[in-house]
Design a protein around this ligand. Sequence first.
Ligand code: CTP
Length: 416
Amino acid sequence: MPSIADALRSTLGAAQLDVAQRLASACEELGCQAYIVGGTVRDALLGLPAADLDVTVVSPPDDFPNRVAAFLGARLIMASQFGTAKLEKEGSTLDLVMARSERYRSPGALPDVTAGSLDDDLTRRDFAINAMAASLDAAKWGELVDPHGGRRDLELGLVRALHERSFQDDATRILRAARYASRFGFRLDAETAKQIERSGGYLVSISPDRFKHELERVFEESRVSSAIELLSEWEMLGLTGGDFVYDETSWSGFAEACAVGSSERRLVGWGVFSLCFQTVRSSGIALRWKLDHDASMVSMDALKLRERLRVSDLNNLAPSGQVALLENYSPYAVLAFQLSTRDGTTNDALDEYRTKLTSIRPDLDGHDVIALGVPRGPRVGEALQMLKNARLDRTVESRNDETLLVRQFVTKLDQE
Ligand code: CTP
């Protein structure tokens, strides 16, 4: 493994490195110290590009956010009572966190936060691999602070919690353990595995918002399938009011079909997740985790579609019938259901629907059918629907065919 100084130089971009160094000078001037911490240090040691720059400031003076902003010639966008601040300079933002100590009064509750030393700040963290810091001081630039053996764990490929109450304090860390284990191909340290086994019950004390947030971060992992498999093996997802069955095909298909970071990824994720519950009511997942409107629609539609297709075989319907049925459901739910179906012919029909049928339109529009004699009003909609169905079922293939069909429609109307 490279030295952290070299690793940071090669994994942080020039702009990030510049910001970090200027911040360190500002801190020196203001009599405090800045450290790169958490995921940034972990990823640098693994040789992975830094997603963002996490900096912690130890012993900041009063009014630090304003003073550091003035020193850097940056604008202070936000400063919170929890010791976090956001600065903006020339379009880039920098998040600052003051070193802190945390105390959890009860499982699942948010911690009491007070200013703390660097050691307090590292000790409050979830896993040893996330509990390292690298000094930004010019005199000791890149010096690694690793009181919990995080670097050794990186070498051994271990996810290890820092203390036995870690998951009790914050059960979302169970989801985080699955994320890191799958992302880096690491295993759980034996003691941590036991702690997780004992702590599943604390997941119910987590607010729906926090659970949802961490689960959506699981959806964003490129190895989402193995993260969900781990959580399912640890029985962390079935505790929540339904029987969760992990399905490799759905989750691998999901990882391939929906790009990381797209809104589709989040929404289809909720659909695939909902369909892993075998007996839940259609609103069960949406209510349990207080999903937002869009995710609720996908979750409920996916479950309703599964019910609907249990009783009716999609393949017995003409294309127009398939469209009439499926267009009542969110397209994200249709994709989620397609990913979860094991029936080859249903899969083909859903694929055809999503990739071809949804874009089929007649050539003629409302003006055209009126010009051909259809009276203005609801009959125009009927004529257009008739044309669309005829296109879908391939009983018309050209503009001429469509014109003929509309003429027949008008003749029939005249005879009524
Ligand atoms: N952390 C924690 N317990 C949590 C959430 C976060 O101890 N429940 C700590 C970890 O030390 C983590 C840091 O806060 O490194 C920042 O959290 P986050 O941004 O979620 O982690 P990153 O490592 O930056 O991002 P990622 O995990 O996706 O790489």
